[in-house]
Ligand binder design. Structure first.
Ligand SMILES: Cc1ncc(COP(=O)(O)O)c(C=O)c1O
Length: 450
C-alpha cells in the first residue's frame, strides 16, 4: 500500500493500535451513524494539522488541551534540538540537571514562592495520584493518620488511573472499575449552569460552599484534602464557576485543616486568563498539579508543586517518612526544556495580554449563537468558550465532530457541550474559520439528528 495515502495508515492503525478513550468498533463501521472517523496526521504547523491526502484541520481544541503555541513551533523546536545534543535523559533520583532546576525555580516564582518544591511525573493522572499520596502521607507524618479521606466536586475529572479515578466523578470512565476504586466523597459543584431563576454564579458558589462546610463540620477530622479543577471543570462539559467558590473553599480548608489541591492540568498556563486559574480567587493551594500545556503540548510532563510546610513534613532520618514515589522518566530533561521554552514565550510575547484580545475575538465569533433556539449557556473564561446543545438525538457529539472535520476544523464535543480551546497562536482569521465551522456543523448535525 502507498505510504503517502490516508488509507494505508488507517488500515494499519486499526489493525495494530488500540486508540485511547475509544470504542474501536466506531472507527470501523464507516456506514453507521455512530461512526467515529480516524484521521491519520502527517504533520502539523501552527494551529493546523495535515493528513496524508492533503486535507487540513484547524486544531480548535489544542490536541486535547495541550498545545499552546502551535504544532512544530520553531522556537520550541530549536530549544529541544539543542537539549537533544546535550542531555536526553538522566534518572532524577540521586542526579539533577539544569532544565529541572531552572523549571522548578521558575514555577515556584510563578506561585509567589508559596509552592517551593516541584515533584515530577509524566501524565496528568500521575500528578493527581502524587498529590493525593503527598497529602495522605503528610498527615501520617505529622501524627494525624486518621485524615485519610478525599473530597472532590460533582462532575470532577482528575484522570483515569485507578488512584485518580477515586476523585473522578464521571460515570462513563469510572463505573466499570468501581470495584477497584477507593472512591472519594463527592461534594456539590459550583457549576453556574445549576443556577435557579434569579441566582447569580456567586450565589451558586455560596450554595456549594455551604454544602462543603456541612460535610467538613461532620467529617473534617477524617479528610486529608479537597481536590478541585479551578474555575472550569473541563470533562464535566466546560462547567464554569465563580472564583468566590475557591475563596470560600480555601477558607474552609484552613478552618478544618484540610489540604486544598488545585488541579491546574487543563486550566493552568494561561488558559483561563491568568497564568494559574486559582489566581483569580487571590488564593494559593497547598498542592498544585500541572501538565498538558506546561510542555507546550510537546512532551509528556506533569508536575506537583507543594508548599514548604508539606515538603518539610517529609524531612527525617527515616526513609519510610520520605516520599518514595518515582517514575522512570521523572524530570526528563527534554520535557523540562520544552516547558522552559514555553515559559520563555509567555514572558517574551506578553501572552496573557495578547490572549485577552483573542479571547474577545473568540467571544465575538460565537456570540451570534446565543440566539440559536437549541443553544444553552453560551459561556467563556479566557481562552475557553463553550455552549450546550439541547438535543436528545443519539450520537450528537460524533455527528458534530464529523461535520466539523468536513469543514476543516477539529472540534470534539463532550456529550452535548461544544467548546473551543484553541492554541494561543490562533489568528483572527482562524478564529473566524472556527466560528463558521461551528455554525455549519451545528446546522448539519441538527439536520441529521432530527
Ligand atoms: C483537570 C484534569 N486533570 C487530570 C487530567 C488527566 O491528565 P492525563 O490525561 O494526562 O492523565 C486531565 C485530562 O484531561 C484533566 O483535564
Amino acid at each position: 500500500m502507498d505510504d503517502s495515502r490516508n488509507a494505508n495508515w488507517l488500515a494499519r492503525s486499526q489493525a495494530a493500535v488500540w486508540h485511547p478513550c475509544t470504542q474501536m468498533r466506531h472507527h470501523a463501521q464507516t456506514a453507521s451513524p455512530s461512526h467515529l472517523p480516524l484521521v491519520p496526521i502527517a504533520r502539523g504547523s501552527g494551529a493546523w494539522l495535515y493528513d496524508f491526502d492533503g486535507r487540513r484541520y484547524l486544531d480548535g481544541i489544542s490536541s486535547w488541551w495541550t498545545n499552546l503555541f502551535g504544532h512544530a513551533n520553531p522556537r520550541i523546536n530549536a530549544t529541544l534540538r539543542e537539549q537533544l545534543e546535550t542531555l536526553e535523559h538522566v534518572m532524577l533520583a540521586g542526579f539533577t540537571h539544569q532544565p529541572v532546576v531552572e523549571l522548578s525555580e521558575r514555577l515556584s516564582a510563578l506561585t509567589g514562592g508559596s509552592l517551593g518544591h516541584a515533584f515530577y511525573a509524566s501524565d496528568g493522572a500521575s500528578a493527581t495520584e502524587i498529590a493525593l499520596k503527598m497529602s495522605f502521607h503528610y498527615w501520617r507524618n505529622v501524627g494525624r493518620p486518621e485524615k485519610a479521606e478525599f473530597l472532590c466536586l460533582a462532575g470532577s475529572y482528575h484522570g483515569e488511573t485507578v488512584g485518580a479515578l477515586a476523585v473522578t466523578d464521571v460515570a462513563i470512565f469510572k463505573d466499570a472499575y468501581a470495584p477497584l476504586v477507593r472512591a472519594a466523597t463527592v461534594v456539590a459543584s459550583p457549576d453556574f449552569r445549576l443556577a435557579e431563576t434569579g441566582e447569580t454564579p456567586a450565589d451558586i458558589a455560596h450554595r456549594a460552599a455551604a454544602a462543603l462546610e456541612a460535610h467538613l463540620v461532620q467529617h473534617g477530622e477524617h479528610i486529608a484534602a479537597l481536590i478541585v479543577e479551578p474555575l472550569v471543570q473541563g470533562a464535566a462539559g466546560m462547567a464554569m464557576y465563580d472564583p468566590e467558590y475557591l475563596r470560600l473553599a480555601r477558607a474552609l480548608c484552613d478552618r478544618y485543616e484540610v489540604h486544598l489541591i488545585c488541579d491546574e492540568i487543563a486550566v493552568g498556563c494561561g488558559r483561563t486568563g491568568t497564568f494559574f486559574a486559582h489566581e483569580q480567587a487571590e488564593i494559593r493551594p497547598d498542592l498544585m498539579c500541572l501538565s498538558k500545556g506546561i510542555s507546550g503540548g510537546y512532551l509528556p510532563l506533569s508536575i506537583v508543586l507543594s508548599s514548604d510546610t508539606i515538603y518539610e513534613a517529609f524531612l527525617d532520618e527515616s526513609v519510610a517518612r520520605a516520599f518514595l514515589h518515582s517514575h522512570s522518566y521523572t524530570g526528563n530533561p527534554l520535557a523540562c526544556r520544552a516547558a522552559l521554552a514555553t515559559l520563555d514565550i509567555f514572558e517574551q510575547d506578553d501572552v496573557l495580554a495578547v490572549n485577552r484580545q483573542k479571547s474577545a475575538k473568540i467571544g465575538a465569533a460565537l456570540a451570534p449563537l446565543a440566539d440559536h433556539p437549541q443553544v444553552r449557556h453560551l459561556r467563556q473564561r479566557g481562552m475557553i468558550a463553550a455552549f450546550d446543545v439541547e438535543t436528545d438525538a443519539p450520537h450528537f457529539s460524533r455527528r458534530f465532530y464529523r461535520a466539523a472535520l468536513d469543514r476543516e476544523a477539529l472540534i470534539r464535543p463532550i456529550g452535548n457541550t461544544v467548546y473551543l480551546m484553541p492554541p494561543y497562536i490562533v489568528s483572527d482569521e482562524e478564529i473566524g474559520h472556527l466560528g463558521s465551522a461551528i455554525k455549519g456543523a451545528l446546522t448539519e448535525s441538527m439536520r441529521t439528528t432530527s
